[in-house]
Design a protein around this ligand. Structure first.
Ligand SMILES: *Cc1c(COP(=O)(O)O)cnc(C)c1O
Length: 400
């Protein structure tokens, strides 16, 4: 069965006596037991719930994983992965990460004796060379948020295996429809299911996938033992969203390609960051390891004021954090999602202050282009993009 078929054809209600076509929402905290000595398949929803189990089976299938675990948010899922470490251990992380991951890594983990070192993951060999005696986990995003920097999963995975450490990839930006890091050599995959997996901007959820039995045992223990599990109703919403994953992602990506190409030609726009453009630094690697560049595009305009004006003039692109919804959204990562980038990293790796991040939805692409073109023209002073020292990029791989 091909993945697109499996998205809608699966056992929606295992054991359901009425053969429900859609997965029942088992909105219950407890399950009655046969007797104090005989336990059924489920006893308590934190430990296991049939709606969540159907979702986890779908997610495992999509990532080519044996095990998938659904959490209450992407950050709860990432936190669970960090439980693979103990005091004294170190995470070697890519230098471009989601803002909330930086907050977890820099402000919370050190309280428990776990340190994090950030190294540019753009060059796989250089990245794995930074593994130290204390490193237990490598952690990267690709395409990374919000500059869409690409790293070579297979290259980093091979280097990590040689050095006896595990690699975790945050696959949120492409979704399993476009990229499967486990097949490329990653040991663990995490998702913020709040983005493409849910796809409608109405659920907060996270996922951990793995084929490593030792990892699975720990994540399962953490899911039950710390309790940040995904609730039955949220599991159901995700299952519903997943049915259209292929349609949504393909449509959003097709529109994003069109918009990225037009933006790259627009004289009022500075840099365009989109892995589907041949000028993108990670273009070749991206083509090798993924089935498409996704639907998030970042652009610069030359000044924070200009970017803010453009966002203010947009009507269809809604000014919200997050991405991956059927509705197009726009944000300024430097002051929104990435306000938590640690100060020591800001110089080299913080998003440029004038960066606009667009998440392309399923609307008509010409309506979206009209919205963008109008907003850009309405706010133009005729001088074109002004690249000032303060907004110039340093360090990270990027397109010119
Ligand atoms: C949103 C996001 C997260 C965090 O997920 P939440 O569901 O918001 O907790 C992690 N990684 C990436 C790449 C994200 O975009």
């Amino acid at each position: 069965m091909k993945a697109a078929t499996r998205l809608v054809n699966f056992d929606a209600g295992p054991g359901d006596p009425f053969h429900a076509s859609a997965t029942p929402v088992y909105q219950t905290a407890t399950f009655e037991q046969e007797s104090p000595l005989e336990f059924g398949a489920y006893d308590y929803t934190r430990s296991g719930n049939p709606t969540r189990a159907v979702l986890e089976a779908q997610l495992a299938f999509l990532e080519g994983a044996v095990h998938a675990f659904a959490f209450a948010s992407g950050l709860a899922a990432i936190t669970a992965v960090t439980r693979l470490l103990k005091a004294g251990d170190e995470i070697l992380a890519g230098a471009e990460l989601y803002g909330g991951t930086f907050r977890l890594f820099s402000r919370i983990l050190p309280r428990f004796g776990i340190s994090v070192r950030y190294v540019d993951a753009g060059d796989a060999e250089e990245f794995v060379r930074a593994v130290s005696a204390r490193t237990r986990l490598a952690y990267v995003e690709t395409p990374a948020n919000p500059l869409l920097t690409i790293c070579d999963i297979a290259g980093i995975g091979a280097g990590c295996r040689e050095r006896g450490i595990r690699l975790c990839v945050d696959n949120t930006m492409l979704s399993p429809w476009l990229q499967n890091p486990l097949r490329l050599g990653a040991d663990v995959v995490v998702h913020s299911a709040t983005k493409f997996l849910g796809g409608h901007g109405d659920v907060t959820a996270g996922v951990v996938c793995t084929n490593d039995e030792e990892v699975a045992e720990t994540i399962g223990l953490v899911q039950n033992g710390e309790g940040a599990t995904l609730a039955p109703m949220e599991s159901w919403l995700l299952l519903r969203g997943l049915k259209t994953l292929a349609l949504r992602v393909e449509r959003q990506q097709a529109s994003a390609r069109t918009l990225a190409e037009r933006l790259a030609q627009h004289e009022e726009i500075g840099r365009v960051f989109y892995p589907g453009l041949a000028a993108h630094a990670g273009y070749e690697t991206q083509r090798r390891q993924a089935r498409g560049p996704g639907s998030v595009i970042s652009v610069t305009t030359g000044s924070v004021e200009r970017s803010a004006e453009i966002i203010g003039a947009l009507r269809l692109f809604r000014n919200t954090v997050s991405f991956g919804s059927v509705t197009s959204t726009v944000s300024m990562p430097a002051c929104m999602s990435h306000a938590s980038v640690p100060t020591e990293l800001r110089a080299g790796h913080a998003p440029p202050a004038d960066l606009i991040r667009l998440s392309v939805g399923i609307e008509d692409v010409e309506d979206l282009w009209l919205d963008l073109a109008r907003a850009i023209e309405r706010t133009a002073d005729g001088a074109g993009p002004k690249v000032t020292g303060a907004t110039q990029l340093q360090g990270v791989g990027h397109v010119d």
